[in-house]
Ligand binder design. Structure first.
Ligand SMILES: Cc1ncc(COP(=O)(O)O)c(C=O)c1O
Length: 353
């Protein structure tokens, strides 16, 4: 994680790096990244309390979830949080009322290509609306930071950030006409990692982002980047076990694990993320397998269409490692669905810190 953080820092030396806590809200991770100088994107009062409980300065927290209750904004403000993101006028008005004089970023829906785990149109206003809302933010006595977009998680196309930054540049220009100077652009997360398929690296992304910033925004504009997956994804491994193997009536081999969609493998929904598997029998002949979780639920299948090759010799009781599972796994685990417990997390190496 430290290497990931430092690689991003050297790819974007002037950027403020804000870790999206939801990707892995582990105390050791939050402490390590705080020591490295990270800021934190928090999605809820729970995440705010988690960070504050670990000694993180509330000044470096941004309540980035555009969906929040007035009572939660008030609680965040009381806890010292002074940075908020929004994408609707009603949320903006709640921030003005319950978190007066705070910094605000307006999330717009960038015209970026679809990512591997897309948000669709759930978040973000139209770019033109962002101009209107940021003017309103100023008029409500809030401190305007600037436009904010997220190109969708595990975004494989570097052009997505160029497109978003160009749109942010147009918003900044329109705001300048209204005497509002954008202080920073938040380009969100979405930075990908390599799973079964390779992803563009941090250096390549950094070059595209830096070039687009230089092209589209005044030199003094700060850059905020908000990664989750790219900082923690390759730092985790899920240790699972094969519960059974069978040939189904359709002739396909099914491999059932003791964890599945509801125990951390949420991102296999729609087969969005193709994880890699490692077994003690690697090296034996391989054959395709459908990989499924243990619950009595038809949706608890990790891969039906994605081609997964596993050793023909694999059998019940074998350990199986699911690689690069440090992001969006343990924190996405359901609470005892079908009576199967959430993923337990063991942090290795923290004792050396
Ligand atoms: C507001 C916000 N910022 C940042 C992120 C991090 O995205 P990623 O893990 O793709 O970098 C997310 C992920 O859902 C998010 O919701």
């Amino acid at each position: 994680m430290r290497d990931n953080f430092r690689a991003l820092r050297s790819a974007l030396p002037t950027a403020r790096i804000r870790f999206a806590v939801k990707a892995s809200p582990q105390p050791e991770i939050i402490r390590l990244l705080a020591d490295e100088g990270a800021e934190f994107d928090v999605a809820s009062i729970g995440e705010i309390e988690q960070c504050l409980g670990l000694g993180v300065d509330p000044a470096v927290l941004c309540y980035g979830n555009p969906i929040k209750k007035a009572t939660h904004i008030a609680a965040a403000y009381a806890a010292g949080v002074r940075r908020y993101a929004f994408d609707t006028e009603s949320d903006l008005e709640r921030i003005a009322e319950f978190a007066p004089n705070s910094e605000v970023e307006c999330r717009f829906l960038a015209s970026a290509p679809q990512s591997q785990t897309p948000f669709g149109t759930k978040f973000g206003c139209a770019p033109g609306e962002a101009v209107h809302l940021l003017v309103r933010a100023r008029d409500l006595g809030l401190r305007v930071v600037g436009p904010y977009f997220h190109v969708g998680s595990q975004q494989l196309d570097p052009a997505a950030w160029r497109i978003g930054i160009e749109q942010a540049g147009a918003i900044a220009e329109a705001l300048a006409v209204k005497d509002i100077s954008v202080t920073a652009v938040n380009i969100g997360g979405g930075l990908p990692i390599s799973y079964a398929d390779p992803a563009p690296g941090t250096t390549e992304l950094g070059e595209v982002i830096a070039a687009a910033m230089a092209e589209s925004l005044p030199e003094h504009t700060e850059l905020i980047v908000e990664p989750g997956r790219a900082l923690v994804g390759n730092a985790g491994v899920v240790h699972a076990e094969v519960v059974s193997v069978r040939k189904a009536p359709d002739g396909r081999r099914w491999v059932y694990l003791d964890i599945g969609r509801y125990n951390g493998m949420a991102e296999t929904e729609n087969e969005y993320i193709a994880y890699r598997f490692e077994t003690g029998r690697d090296g034996d002949p391989l054959e395709e397998a459908v990989v499924a979780g243990p619950t009595c639920d038809g949706d608890d299948v990790l891969y039906q269409r994605t081609r997964v090759l596993l050793p023909t010799t694999l059998q019940a009781g074998d350990p199986i490692r699911i690689l690069d599972t440090g992001a969006y796994t343990a924190s996405y685990s359901s609470v005892s669905f079908n009576g199967f417990p959430p993923l337990a997390v063991t942090v290795i190496g923290a004792e050396r810190e």
